[in-house]
Design a protein around this ligand. Structure first.
Ligand SMILES: *[C@@H]1O[C@H](CO)[C@@H](O)[C@H](O)[C@H]1NC(C)=O
Length: 192
């Protein structure tokens, strides 16, 4: 089979592509369901800032009998928030919330909604990209981890969350926090 035929055969078989933006590591293949109001996010969906002001609902396709950690990180921020063009490109960590669990049985379409009563360790902070010239989309990347049983955030990981939000390094955090790779992901774009 020629390469292109293999690719189309894979597409027909419904083999999932990455749910993380191109170039981002770790690559995650399972889709995290992310919904703002009635708008369901497909990877790379463009949203207005106003549509992303409240914390989205998240979920997984299938059963979800674990406990989970959710992160939202902007991959396209600048080290200079006030004058982005004068800074260097940098990630910016928005939110990390622990203790997500299935809120009940899966809905008719197979999606299990996950909820958390926590707003820790980093409470919801809505996307707020500044106006930029030229304007460019910021890729807001959602990641979901299995939360280890009785997980207490190691001091080094907490230090990163509290003091290194600009330039936040996800692989370094995974190691510091004692986590495996994320199990589900999705991303949406917002332009300032
Ligand atoms: C959930 O996964 C199943 C099996 O892969 C798929 O057939 C179904 O379309 C998915 N549901 C949604 C809402 O994505």
């Amino acid at each position: 089979m020629k390469g292109s035929s293999i690719l189309s055969a894979l597409a027909l078989a419904g083999v999932s592509a990455a749910q993380t933006p191109e170039g981002f590591t770790p690559v995650v293949e399972q889709k995290l369901e992310v919904t703002f109001g009635t708008k369901s996010v497909t990877p790379g969906l463009a949203l207005a800032k106003t549509e992303t002001s409240s914390q989205p609902t998240i979920g997984l396709n299938g059963t979800a009998d674990g406990t989970y950690i959710w992160m939202l990180i902007d991959l396209d921020a600048s080290t200079n928030f006030v004058n982005p063009g004068a800074g260097q490109p940098a990630t910016y960590l928005h939110t990390v919330i622990r203790d997500f669990k299935a809120s009940g049985a899966a809905s008719a379409d197979g999606i299990t909604t996950l909820t958390s009563t926590s707003n820790q360790p980093v409470a919801w902070f809505a996307p707020a990209p500044p106006a930029e010239n030229p304007p460019h989309p910021h890729r807001y990347t959602n990641l979901l981890w299995e939360q280890p049983e009785n997980w207490a955030i190691p001091a080094a990981a907490n230090q990163m969350l509290q003091t290194q939000r600009s330039g936040f390094d996800v692989p370094k955090f995974i190691t510091a926090a004692g986590l495996e790779d994320p199990i589900a992901a999705n991303y949406f774009n917002v332009t300032g």
